[in-house]
Ligand binder design. Structure first.
Ligand code: NAD
Ligand code: FES
Length: 281
């Protein structure tokens, strides 16, 4: 059992939890993730490690309540525990001194890109960050990203804060203005990572994305997280989660992410009925 020691709501349906997990906190590196299971009837699902403290023995996770499992996690409070927590999983980000790096976070993906941006800054890079959300009230980690960035640009789809448009539009605009990037990191919805990859491909800029397929075991055994990269089959949980964006078959990823949408919708409806009836199992 892994105890929650802090819980915060960062935006509507976006929550942060800090969990006691000393062994994971000791080994965690930027770009890695954990797989958790809230209770004995829960499904296993991955969340990127946002922050960790080996000293306090805690890890920090940020999640959006979109399905049964994330809603169940959001219902837990300080003092409650999650049943299983496995990690750190996946290969860490390849942090190096690249020069000027654009770090792009789309929506909740900002939480995943934050530790990478921090590590890139610590490695001596000039970090230009772009974070975006559908609307101003959904922006997360703005202050944290500003602290570790040389420059921070914000976009919202509806124009309620920063540039009106997508993060990929801001990247394109910066390149057209004369910004030169030695590498780009982008994390967020698959459609956003595909859009960023299209922009950077035309300028031949090295681009890394962190993929978020459905996962079950996280050990390369079940095949659920299969993606095609450079024409080869890869398992995101062990070969990734980060890949060369220009090699990723995003159309396949998007299709596979939607494979169980109908089942997920039914499970959510059933869960919401149980919740309103006072039974959360
Ligand atoms: P969202 O749909 O609100 O989009 C967030 C931002 O991404 C938008 O504001 C926009 O700037 C950009 N974007 C969206 N669609 C785009 C398009 N078609 N072209 C260009 N840019 C686009 O995102 P959300 O509701 O916060 O959802 C977060 C998503 O991020 C989920 O799909 C989740 O699975 C994913 N995620 C991925 C990771 C990862 O490791 N890859 C980590 C956390 C979350
Ligand atoms: Fe099972 Fe990756 S989650 S192989």
């Amino acid at each position: 059992m892994f105890k929650i020691v802090e819980k915060k709501e960062l935006a509507p349906k976006i929550k942060l939890v800090r969990i006691l997990a000393p062994e994971i906190a000791k080994k965690a590196r930027p770009g890695q993730f954990v797989i958790l299971r809230v209770d004995e009837r829960g499904e296993r699902f991955p969340l990127t490690l946002v922050d960790w403290s080996p000293h306090e023995g805690t890890i920090c996770l940020i999640f959006q309540e979109i399905g049964v499992s994330t809603i169940k996690l959001g219902l837990l409070n300080v003092g409650d525990s999650v049943l299983d927590l496995v990690g750190p999983l996946g290969r860490p980000s390849e942090i190096d001194r690249y020069g000027t790096v654009a770090v792009i976070g789309g929506g909740v993906g900002t939480a995943s890109v934050y530790p990478i941006a921090k590590a890139l800054k610590e490695a001596g890079n000039r970090v230009i960050s772009i974070i975006g959300a559908r609307s101003a009230n959904l922006l997360i980690l703005e202050d944290e990203m500003r602290q570790i960035s040389d420059e921070l640009f914000i976009s919202t789809d509806d124009g309620t804060k920063g540039y009106k448009g997508f993060v990929s539009d801001v990247l394109n605009m910066l390149i057209e203005k004369g910004y030169s990037f030695d590498a780009v990191w982008a994390v967020g919805p698959a459609v956003m990572m595909r859009a960023v990859a299209r922009v950077t491909k035309s300028y031949n800029i090295k681009t890394i994305v962190s993929l978020n397929p459905i996962m079950i075991d996280g050990t390369g055994m079940c095949g659920t997280c299969r993606v095609t990269v450079g024409g080869e089959t890869k398992f995101v949980c062990v070969d990734g989660p980060e890949f060369d964006a220009h090699q990723v078959d995003f159309d396949e990823l998007i299709k596979r992410q939607r494979m169980y949408l109908e089942e997920e919708k039914k499970a959510l409806e059933k869960f919401e009925k149980q919740l309103s009836g006072g039974n959360s199992n």
